[in-house]
Design a protein around this ligand. Structure first.
Ligand SMILES: O=CCCC(=O)O
Length: 463
């Protein structure tokens, strides 16, 4: 895939970029290595000062940056502005909280004595330059939620961003530089995916984090495994949205629409499979389908638009293939199921609700990365849990119930990194984020996220 800005709203190629040469990549790795030696010794106060300066710059430039994001990947301008605000919030949150999250820990006195020490503590030291391989769907947020904690912990970062968001990627490298970070603390590498392996194998790169597809995760993790380097992987998801009879059905149906079509349906934590108890199935299906049908699809720069285009032609045809396969095998479309009329130039797809899903259909097993929902009827809690867990993914889950016993069953038995009750999954700087099964491993955000790229060091002293 060439490194280029292609506007998904009309398919026009606006700008192309040459990838870095091998010499340029080498120069940047050397710069990261040199920067790390200085950065690791800075105080939390100094790191927080610079990260806060970067947050202020980003906040000041929000409207221009949001337009670049919308132009490169097609999310609505409102969603892009919200993404910028979320980044600013996370940067400030880590600037305020990192020192406490990484404070030394002291084992109990009797355990210290039992280990033969007079004194012992655990401290969190940085690992070094971390390679971040990031996706286009939240092109600012996915990077910032790695960069803010990594930099506050004393690590430095090298960003290999998705090839369709080069201007956003360059902006991020520039942002940290302009905020006053030393050269090499955070750099963008405009390189194709095939360059990742040699960067990751370089002895100066300490670790990698990847958000993206299962295939990309597998290939980065296998190279990192071969090099015995730490990785955090946040991969796909096919999150269930379970609605039980005690739920507020109007609210559930309203939130379900947002949960499915947020980011034009292209979020790993978007609810994708809607599992509804038979007693409330008809009422929910009617309201949910009506909500999906009423959405306005169109130009992502227009404030009246709810759902913009998919990020690429390929993304749309992958989604279309899943729908075509399901319809050919007997699924029914309650709404959508095709490209909208009058928007032929962009990569648009109608918000779609499918029923009659069986396990022979690809969409039952694969992630639908776009505004397509699958609706299942379930007869009780056991069946809801069985269907919810009948996936190779395990990122998050959403459950609507006001019954305490049911709540506890779902919290105990859903195979996912999160259970969101009577609401929809959304990430927050103070809550850990990540999955199980093929959704990946490790956690981002919160204290768990900042400690992923730390050397947890035991300091033991006999005298
Ligand atoms: O695609 C993943 C979602 C990222 C987020 O909302 O934090």
């Amino acid at each position: 895939m060439p490194i280029a800005t292609v506007n998904p709203a009309d398919g026009e190629t606006l700008k192309t970029f040459d990838p870095l040469s091998e010499d340029e990549i080498e120069r940047r790795i050397a710069e990261a290595d040199a920067a790390f030696r200085g950065w690791r010794t800075t105080t939390f106060e100094e790191r927080a000062r610079l990260l806060t300066a970067a947050a202020a710059l980003l906040e000041r430039e929000a409207s221009g940056v949001a337009r670049v994001v919308t132009t490169e990947m097609g999310k609505t301008l409102g969603a892009a502005e919200a993404e910028v605000a979320k980044c600013v919030k996370a940067m400030r949150w880590y600037a305020r909280n990192a020192e406490e999250l990484l404070a030394d820990e002291y084992p109990a006195a009797e355990d210290v004595a039992d280990s033969g020490a007079v004194r012992a503590r655990v401290c969190y030291r940085p690992l070094g330059p971390v390679l971040a391989v990031m996706p286009w769907n939240f092109p600012l947020w996915q990077v910032i939620r790695f960069a803010a904690p990594a930099l506050m912990a004393g690590n430095v970062g090298l960003l290999k961003h998705a090839s369709n968001v080069p201007q956003t990627a360059l902006y991020l490298g520039d942002l940290f530089h302009r905020a006053g970070f030393a050269p090499g603390c955070f750099q963008t590498l405009l390189v194709p995916s095939r360059a990742i392996e040699s960067v990751l194998r370089d002895r100066r790169i300490a670790a990698a984090t990847l958000t993206g597809s299962e295939g990309a995760g597998r290939s980065v993790a296998s190279v990192a495994g071969d090099e015995i380097k730490k990785t955090v992987l946040e991969l796909g998801g096919s999150d269930p949205f379970i609605v039980m009879p005690s739920a507020d059905i109007d609210a559930a149906a309203r939130v379900a629409v947002t949960a499915r079509v947020q980011n034009n349906g292209q979020s790993c934590i978007a609810a994708k499979r809607f599992l509804v108890h038979t007693d409330v199935y008809d009422a929910f299906a009617e309201r949910f389908t009506e909500g999906m049908r009423r959405l306005t699809v169109g130009d992502p720069m227009d404030p009246a638009t709810d759902v913009g285009p998919l990020s690429s032609e390929q993304g749309r045809s992958d989604l279309e293939d899943l729908v075509t396969d399901a319809l050919a095998q007997g699924a029914q479309a309650l709404c959508g199921g095709r490209r909208p009329e009058g928007l032929e130039r962009g990569f648009y797809y109608e918000p779609t609700v499918l029923t009659g899903i069986t396990d022979r259909m690809r969409i039952h097993h694969e992630e639908a990365f776009g505004p397509v929902a699958t609706l299942y009827r379930v007869s009780d809690v056991d069946e809801a849990i069985d269907v919810a867990n009948d996936t190779s993914f395990g990122l998050s889950s959403n459950v609507w119930t006001r019954d305490d016993a049911e709540t506890e069953r779902f919290v105990r038995d859903l195979e996912a990194g999160g259970v969101y009750l009577n609401g929809m999954t959304a990430s927050h700087p103070a809550l850990p984020f990540g999955g199980v099964k093929r959704s990946g491993y490790g956690r981002e955000l919160d204290g768990h996220g900042i400690r992923e790229f730390c050397n947890v060091t035991t300091v033991w002293q006999a005298a």
